[in-house]
Design a protein around this ligand. Sequence first.
Ligand code: AMP
Length: 446
Amino acid sequence: MPNPKQKNNNSSKKKKIKFQTVRGMRDILPEEQIYWNKIRKAVDRVAVDYNYGRIDTPIVEPTNLFERTTGKETDVVKKEMYKFETQSGKKVSLRPEGTPSIVRAYIEHGMRTKPSPIKLFYIGPMFRHDRPQKGRYREFFQFGFEAIGEQDPILDAQIIQTALRIFSSIGISKTALQVNSIGCQECRPNYDNLLVSYLKNRKQALCMDCKDRLKKNPLRILDCKEEKCTQVVTQAPQAVDHLCPDCKKHFIYLLECLDELKITYSINPHLVRGLDYYTKTVFEIWSKDDEEGRVALGGGGRYDYLVEKLGGKKTPGVGFAAGMDRIVEEMKERGIKGAKTSQPKVFLAQLGDLAKMKSLSIFQGLEKAGITVAESFGRGNLKTQLKKANQLKVDLVLIMGQRESLDETVIIKDMTGGNQEVVTLGKVVIEVKKKLKKIKKEVRVK
Ligand code: AMP
């Protein structure tokens, strides 16, 4: 028999659990949303202007989608992916980036039959189990633009132009664009060999990770941030010097397009981007005064073999992704304001249970007429409600007390002039509209 006393004792000792977001993930609270809304609005507007259609793909994808595309040996896939098995034993992952899913969708929905290029954009969370630090999260948000089906370097220039246009419409105009070309299947193997033989002779000076990369992913050594590795690669052969004629022509044309668009850039011969699928053009956009260890605002490049790698017909593509968390940080540092929110012009105050109930339908009527109304339904005290109305600096306060609720009327108090009027419930919306219009006119005249 369990001892009831003991049972009581145990439950009283139960530890209180404090629930928190998991490490590297966070809540984005209402007061933060103005920044995120500004980014979303800019993305939506530029997408319309440049003819990109929105696509949403699942957060969970087969693990081998990323192994095949992003690359088995990349940090993103090898070290940072959230991998798990479903109840039926399928290997799936939380997406660490967007491009593989977009290309999967391109093939899955037969988009090849439509006029090319197919232009798609996305916004959503990505997941990487990296070491969390300022600006680096395990759940973070990206928007990305992909143009699939066109080989011409003009598309590379246009995708860079699109990215910069989004940044500038958010208010981030001063950025630093870095570009590079890492060649194609024709010229890259030759360059890889040159690079490996240069690095092999200096293997002892490389960090442990880069020693490993030497066999599996030598190009990544070029953008290793370890001091000893950056020293070694300063004299390393550069991909741009070993491009095949086609890649060279492509790169030169891209630079000419950027000149034509008056987009300032620097060629960074060590820029390779961390993912396997890039060919020819790669680029990154940085804030002008970035601190060491920060992530770029965004980056992208060309991926001419990616569709083929996922079982589709050979189809070129180019795209970019930008980090929204990083952009919000940048907006705050530069003192850029978030999106404007519509401030309520009307406050609805009520006194007594009947008035409270009737206020619900007044609120609905005004809201349906497109008038943003603030209220404080939870509070019974008229004084506190009016205090709140004052703080919100509304133009009109509607008051429904006990008497008004019985008479089916409302008092409309003009906070700009001080006068007030009693109107019947059926006329509230029309009267409020009239008064708001009048106040707006008076403000304009002043
Ligand atoms: P990537 O897919 O690595 O090219 O990343 C594109 C952009 O996403 C970067 O330039 C960053 O702005 C952002 N980003 C990448 N990883 C993270 C992360 N762990 N936390 C926050 N933002 C990130």
